[in-house]
Design a binder for this molecule. Structure first.
Ligand code: CP
Length: 304
């Protein structure tokens, strides 16, 4: 595993290796506190982030390594016109591994072609977010006890939501997975994912535009934010932004052990009254992001 650009870069066996290591870290974090001593992680973030950047940095610090990087394109020489290719050539001599977030789909892939250190895609436009998927899988595995035989509702902006694109790509590798795709018609999952991922793996799925009716069937409800930054037209965003709002009344229709996940940040799509419901797992999910990224860094630097 030289680079992690797409969730499809990871086989089920590699996913299991990362998730198993993450669980070992959760159970005994001190055992890993010097695992990356002397190693440096560069975080190259051309787009805003709270969880991904800071959990990557916390992960490397927890492993005894060091961090460097930038958190906005404006504070890097991208503002002077430097290309991603030139930036990564230089960073390759400053760090041992890098995590890159970029608003343009494919930018981390381009970086990987010019890099002599492992490049991790930390989110590229509306395309992929493979380390969020590792976080999501670790959360589901730990809180549900399995990654197979699950009915998963994906709700919200399925067109631009890179977290759902990546999660689908990985979950289709497991047995007994069924998806309920809940979105306004304008924000449906892209056709290439339906044809090349869901149908290619014979995964049952249905597309609906009402959440309530489907609540009783779901084992997992994965809520997503309508991605304001990906819209070309503000009127469309305003019209669609509050299409789905999960509240206690809707939660009353769900199974007692259904989990609510959300990659965060949330805007209005989950009412804060749901936060105290024991089925609300999105803050725990953000916590698991550190462990998933610790395990990934160790695997990619081959320091286990
Ligand atoms: N889930 C996620 O990617 O959050 P950030 O945008 O805060 O990194």
């Amino acid at each position: 595993m030289k680079h992690l650009i797409s969730p499809t870069d990871l086989t089920v066996s590699e996913l299991s290796g990362i998730l198993d290591l993450a669980e070992k870290i959760i159970n005994d974090p001190k055992e890993y506190s010097e695992a990356c001593h002397g190693k440096k992680l560069a975080t190259l973030f051309y787009e805003p982030s709270t969880r991904t950047r800071l959990s990557f940095e916390a992960a490397m610090l927890n492993l005894g390594g060091s961090i460097l990087g930038f958190s906005t394109a404006d504070s890097s020489s991208a503002a002077k016109g430097e290309s991603v290719a030139d930036t990564i050539r230089v960073i390759s001599s400053y760090a041992d591994i890098c995590a890159m977030r970029h608003p343009k789909e494919g930018a981390p892939l381009v970086a990987s072609y010019h890099s002599s250190i492992p490049v991790i895609n930390a989110g590229d436009g509306g395309h992929n977010h493979p380390t969020q998927t590792l976080t999501d899988l670790l959360t589901i595995k730990n809180l549900k006890g399995r990654l197979n035989n699950l009915t998963i509702g994906l709700c919200g902006d399925l067109k631009f939501g890179r977290t759902v694109h990546s999660l689908i790509n990985s979950l289709v590798l497991y047995e007994g997975i069924k998806f309920v795709l809940i979105s306004p018609v304008e924000l449906r999952i892209p056709t290439y994912i339906k044809e090349q991922v869901l149908e290619a793996h014979n995964i049952p799925y249905e597309e609906v535009d009402i959440l309530e009716d489907k609540m009783p069937e779901l084992d997992i409800l994965y809520m997503t934010r309508v991605q304001k930054e990906r819209f070309f037209n503000e009127e469309d965003y305003i019209r669609l932004k509050d299409s789905f709002i999960l509240n206690s009344k809707k939660m009353s229709k769900a199974k007692d052990d259904m989990l609510v996940l959300h990659p965060l940040p949330r805007v209005n799509e989950i009412s804060t009254e749901v936060d105290s419901d024991p089925r609300a797992a999105y803050f725990k999910q953000a916590e698991y992001g550190v462990y998933a990224r610790m395990a990934l860094i160790m695997k990619m630097l081959e320091v286990e």
